[in-house]
Design a protein around this ligand. Structure first.
Ligand SMILES: Cc1cc2nc3c(=O)[nH]c(=O)nc-3n(C[C@H](O)[C@H](O)[C@H](O)COP(=O)(O)O)c2cc1C
Length: 267
């Protein structure tokens, strides 16, 4: 009887490690980024989150983009102060659900549009160790300033290169640009194998000071990267993982006929 339960558990747990989850978060003022995101969401499976300024009906482009410039200057003058960032509508998102976050945002004066900076100021820390894809729409200016803003606001993100720059005039051609980009960043490999795993409350793997160990006896302990490749495996001793790159890994423990998995962020 107990054997049957054990093998059933293994069947239930294993498929969970095959399901990756991507969040696409965006802000769009004149809808170019929104069109890009709509197109992207026909090409990948993802949740989509739109960031919206709390104050409606503002004209960021009036008077030679005066308001947009003012918002960006406030951030630039004091980037570590929450009050420098324009208010946005409340956001309901649990970053733990996602392994990859694609941010899609307009360029304003060679920087990241201000309302989206507010979102990243609040949630960027929670994206540590996740794969981050960057899509930027601009009329003509190059996007390196926006990428710098993203890296400042998601300090421990695992930024996937190249970034995707779509000029406003190319918006109607977004489908082919996005599909090329997804293949350039090896999107399927990044997300196809392992990621979303429920954390198991009585899981007895311990990660401490670069050493991964198990409470008591076990049969096998393996660590996988997000592409599903085994990066380390052991049947008896603790693992020294200090040489691994920062990122998200899946630990899989076989113990007494049971298999358990847990997502680990290594920083
Ligand atoms: C406040 C503001 C400042 C902008 N600054 C620039 C700029 O410096 N260079 C540029 O090429 N485009 C600039 N743009 C144009 C936008 O980047 C471009 O239209 C983009 O496609 C807008 O995306 P959206 O339609 O999703 O809002 C600016 C737009 C606004 C509203």
């Amino acid at each position: 009887m107990s054997k049957k339960i054990v093998s059933l558990l293994a069947v239930i747990v294993l498929p969970m490690i095959m399901q990756a989850k991507t969040l696409v978060a965006y802000y769009s003022y004149t809808n170019n980024v929104e069109r890009i995101v709509n197109t992207l969401s026909t090409q990948i499976t993802c949740d989509v989150l739109e960031i919206e300024p709390a104050e409606k009906g503002l004209d960021y482009a009036a008077n030679n983009y005066a308001l947009g410039t003012q918002l960006l200057n406030a951030i630039r003058n004091n980037p570590n102060d929450a009050s420098s960032y324009p208010a946005i509508d409340p956001v309901e998102v649990n970053m733990d659900d996602y392994d990859m976050v694609v941010i899609a945002v307009p360029l304003w004066w060679s920087q990241m549009a201000a309302p989206f900076q507010t979102f990243l100021f609040r949630y960027g820390q929670q994206m540590a160790g996740k794969n981050i894809g960057v899509i930027v729409s601009s009329a003509s200016s190059g996007i390196s300033g926006v990428v710098s803003d993203a890296k400042r606001l998601i300090p421990e993100g695992n930024f996937i290169e190249p970034n995707l720059w779509i000029r406003s005039s190319q918006t109607s051609n977004a489908a082919s640009l996005i599909s090329t980009w997804l293949s350039d960043i090896h999107y399927n490999e990044l997300t196809s194998a392992i990621t979303s795993v429920e954390n198991d409350k009585d899981f007895d793997i311990i990660l401490s000071e670069g050493i991964l160990s198990v409470n008591g006896d076990f049969n096998n302990l393996a660590l996988y990267n997000l592409s599903g490749h085994t990066v380390l495996e052991t049947s008896d001793s603790p693992m020294d993982i200090s040489g691994l790159q920062n990122g998200i890994y899946i630990a899989r423990l076989e113990k007494g006929g049971q298999i358990k998995t847990e997502k680990m962020v290594i920083r």
